[in-house]
Design a protein around this ligand. Sequence first.
Ligand SMILES: [Zn+2]
Length: 285
Amino acid sequence: MHMIANWQGSPNHPRFISTRWPWHDVRGLFSLRAGGVSEPPYETLNVGLHVGDRPHAVLQNRSRVAAWVGCGPETWVVPEQVHGNRVAVVDASFAGRGALAVETAVPDVDALVTAEPELPLAVFAADCVPMLFFDPVRRVVAAAHSGWKGTVGHIAREVLSCMREAFDCSPADVRVALGPSIRRCCYEVDESVATMVRAEFGARTMVSRFGRPGKFLLSLQACIRMDLIAGGVLPDHIEDTGACTSCQADLLFSHRAHRGRTGRQLGIVCLSGGDGVKGQELGRA
Ligand SMILES: [Zn+2]
């Protein structure tokens, strides 16, 4: 088993938790494959309801993650995730949208923003980049899903704009965490994608692939980082788990490495209300 440097949790329940996000203020984590009940090819902690896994197993897996975060799985708010760049602001009236069924997810968006305490925002991915945002000053959180389309559509910047417009967030206050996702070591794209990336981010986020003309290795994470910094986020406030889903396909779901038949891991974030002691005990146990 490969080691992943900065995960916390027991060996049976590994997950990525930023040590710099105070758990009593905000509870956020990225899940891995281990610790669930799903059968192959979704073994074991698949949280995606839309990938062909048994819904009962998925909901059991979501309950486990919810317990780690200290929230009810029935309260999660989930965006539909359509590989776009649209962002929705949600409040308590959205609680449970997409939590128990795909059909009730917040339609046509890939990112959610809220200032509501105890309203968990969840995004799912298996190569795309799950992102979590936290503004400790305005007390606002966001979750986003960014594949190459969302990245080229500057969804990271769209989230920052939405946080500013809706809640007067200053980007210099915003913390961002990038979750496990496919990285430049493994993420081959063709000329058509490369052209779009080049137009938005320049050529530095890609390298030509040796011996494969017209193929490039792309760093979505570098593009997103450029977007965040251009949007006013401080470089030191951007954390990246550094884990490549494809390199570490034994620990993480990877759409490419598993040739499409696989589960999803998640990024989830929840503003703590009250003293947050419950969350602290559960998350750091
Ligand atoms: Zn890799």
